[in-house]
Ligand binder design. Structure first.
Ligand code: PYC
Length: 331
């Protein structure tokens, strides 16, 4: 089999987004959550081929577009990454919206706005344009909440760490400054990656995390290391680990959502407050606590995230069965 995928590549604040504009599979399901399950059962080879080396790399991330299930909405989005099919991806949403609008892949029902169906739920978009260029995308995310506080985990080299776990579209272990950890700036990205792998495995072995309203979403997937901001207008800095080897180059939309839920639960943010998050490379997302809500038995928030993306190229990618590395590899 020789399959072609017509992709448009972009980056959101430094992190890649590969939108599959042609060649994606037809998926069964009444919503994006069911379509995601179908993709994982039968088409995960597409994700592996497009995300891993030699066609992708450790940080690669992308999306595939689907017609909406509800005619009130504009489009459905499936997120693909080296780590799997995320229920929601913030940087992926900002890049996908920028590409869709600039390339005319969707006709918004209301100019400047979009309603996106994602596997995690409905995400509302407002975007700004100057001429053809999309200059900023604000997404109002699914509800975020603090799931567990003060989990103790043994981290190689550092010793015992206490972490909170919060959900912002994915589950995040948040490592704040404490006796055995001061700031992400003290360590290399390689150190953070190695430690993240271990602590994620250890936390998942002892604790379970399941979305209160959607049991297809669960498990700790990301680790968010915090630090003091380097830029005067940032509230905080972070390095988000995902997959097996990636540190997000963007400030991470679902991570920022999770962190705002954690801060709100601890009384450090309230409805209407802004939170400017800085990434490992200094790029910024502006977050806001739009509302406080109930999510099952939990108190949560509706976070919004605003950022920008740029298209980097058009990419027709071939996955050919005849190639021993058709479905990618990791070293
Ligand atoms: O922006 O939500 C995000 C994200 C998740 C993983 C990488 N980026």
């Amino acid at each position: 089999m020789n399959k072609r995928f017509f992709c448009i590549d972009a980056h959101t604040c430094g992190n890649p987004v590969r939108l599959v504009a042609g060649g994606g599979p037809i998926l069964e399901g009444v919503n994006m959550s069911e379509k995601r399950q179908h993709f994982l059962r039968e088409f995960d080879w597409i994700r592996k081929g497009l995300m891993f080396e030699p066609r992708g790399h450790d940080m690669m991330s992308g999306s595939i577009l689907y017609p909406p299930s509800d005619p009130a909405n504009d489009i459905g989005v499936l997120f693909i990454e080296t780590s799997g099919c995320l229920p929601m991806c913030g940087h992926g949403t900002i890049g996908t919206v920028t590409i869709m609008i600039e390339e005319g892949l969707v006709q918004p029902k209301i100019p400047g706005q979009l309603r996106l169906e994602t596997p995690a739920g409905l995400v509302k978009i407002e975007y700004q344009q100057e001429g053809k260029r999309v200059t900023s995308v604000k997404l109002t995310n699914v509800p975020a909440y603090l799931a567990k506080e003060n989990i103790e985990v043994e981290c190689p080299d550092l010793g015992i760490l206490k972490v909170d776990v919060a959900y912002g579209g994915n589950y995040y272990a948040i490592v704040d400054p404490q006796e055995n950890y001061r700031d992400m700036a003290d360590y290399t990205a390689m150190q953070l990656i190695g430690w993240s792998l271990k602590i994620r495995e250890r936390i998942n072995a002892e604790h379970s995390f399941s979305h209160p309203e959607n049991d297809t979403i669960g498990g700790l997937s990301h680790v968010l290391w915090t630090g003091a901001p380097l830029q005067p207008n940032s509230t905080a800095r972070n390095a988000v680990f995902y997959g097996d080897k990636a540190i997000d180059r963007s400030p991470c939309g679902t991570g920022t959502s999770a962190r705002m839920a954690q801060w709100t639960a601890k009384g450090k943010l309230q409805k209407g407050d802004q939170f400017v998050h800085e990434s490992i490379i200094g790029s910024q997302f502006t977050g806001k606590v739009e509302d406080v809500v109930k999510l099952g038995a939990y108190s949560g928030i509706i976070p919004s995230i605003e950022g920008w993306a740029r298209i980097t190229g058009y990419n027709t990618i071939i996955i050919d069965d005849d190639d021993p590395y058709a479905y990618g590899f990791q070293v």
